[in-house]
Ligand binder design. Sequence first.
Ligand code: DGL
Length: 275
Amino acid sequence: MPTDRSLDPIGVFDSGIGGLTVVAALQNLLPAENIFYIGDTARVPYGGKSRKTVERYSIEIGGLLLAERAKVIVVACNTASALAVPRMKDIFKVSVQGVVAPGAAAAVQNTKNKKVGVIGTRATMSSGAYEHAINGLDPEIQVFSVACPLLVPFIEEAMFDDKITDLMLARYLTPLLSNGIDTLVLGCTHYPLLRDAIARIAGPDVTLVDSAQNCALAVKSLLDSAGLSAPSERLGRLDVALTDATEGFLRTAARALELEIGEVSLRSVQSTQES
Ligand code: DGL
């Protein structure tokens, strides 16, 4: 018997459009669920900011999602997952699901030669969260990580298929690939939007993995065990809100991921106005 909260949305957020890659996986696995997505476009990117700031932003956006009656919060941002999830778990009464643990699990499931590369934002890479999560599952795996701070701005500009993006990827990935990795974790939810370009540079011997599918599975099991799953005979809806009116690239990303997005609303984050 569904509880009265079963029709409340899964709350999902990212600094920008990257979390839509996780939304696509959630919709695929859990088509009956309503999803409320917030992209913190007023403050993107998070990846070069301090733990304190990313924690504050994440807690504020989490609060906005709770105001939309989110029954679970999905932190569809590796930077926020690496830096802010522990604090969010302390503060919020609903379950909080990040993307680092699911991404690490995907890498461990895939690697044969136990050499794994990870790319992500500066903040995610310097947190060591991926090394910690991967080696927590298998201490024998060697993890090679590289911060790719220029990628998110390019993706937010929808430069998915562009010579400059390819050059930049080659610069970031060539040293990483020389370690003989067989698995590359896209440790930023923006990066699956560049999957084709990354695959061209990484070549056929390297499997690209990301957290989206495992994250959706983790959310499913959270909802099932809490009796919060929506009744299966319905079709859920996706609502999207941004913290700044920057809709253009949102629509490009939604097209790339085949997501249907209706009207986009705005939410203000008061503390962006502080001096
Ligand atoms: N998509 C994000 C991540 O997974 C954030 C990128 C950013 O805002 O720098 O890390």
